[in-house]
Design a protein around this ligand. Sequence first.
Ligand SMILES: Nc1nc2c(c(=O)[nH]1)N=C([C@H](O)[C@H](O)COP(=O)(O)OP(=O)(O)OP(=O)(O)O)CN2
Length: 143
Amino acid sequence: MNRHIEVEKFSSDQASAEPATASDTRVTTRIGRTYRFEAAHHLPKVPDGHKCKNMHGHNYRIEVVLSGKLDQRGFVADFAEVDADVLPLIKQVDHRVLNDVPGLENPTAEVIAAWFLARISNCESVRVYENDDCWAEISSPAR
Ligand SMILES: Nc1nc2c(c(=O)[nH]1)N=C([C@H](O)[C@H](O)COP(=O)(O)OP(=O)(O)OP(=O)(O)O)CN2
């Protein structure tokens, strides 16, 4: 009998809940943009004999995620604003030896992801692909 009452209460709570919309101030919306760059690197901290100790290159892909409430335009951020933050960073690494870039002396995918996260406003996470199969992702601490 008690179980029956609980089920009825749950159904009634569900029915009264407002469906969430993108402009609902209770919800957080995420947006993402993908960038690409090509760069050389070597990993100085791997043991001798590891193939990545040698200079080599990757066609990197990075996925940048921002989150927040919608502004009056209906944007978390204009993708053009994300570009304004990220493209100067891409310019610093594209067609470069990453080890020469300040902060990327040990340019693992993990370190590269952290380097971007620290430099992009309101960034929730960055995922760096070294190739189609291997990636590293870093997330901001909960805001
Ligand atoms: N956790 C991590 N592991 C490795 C990283 C890294 O950044 N984080 N990086 C490397 C090297 O950069 C290496 O070049 C990557 O090797 P691999 O995944 O094998 O990629 P390749 O492009 O060399 O792929 P092939 O299939 O060998 O052509 C290693 N580990």
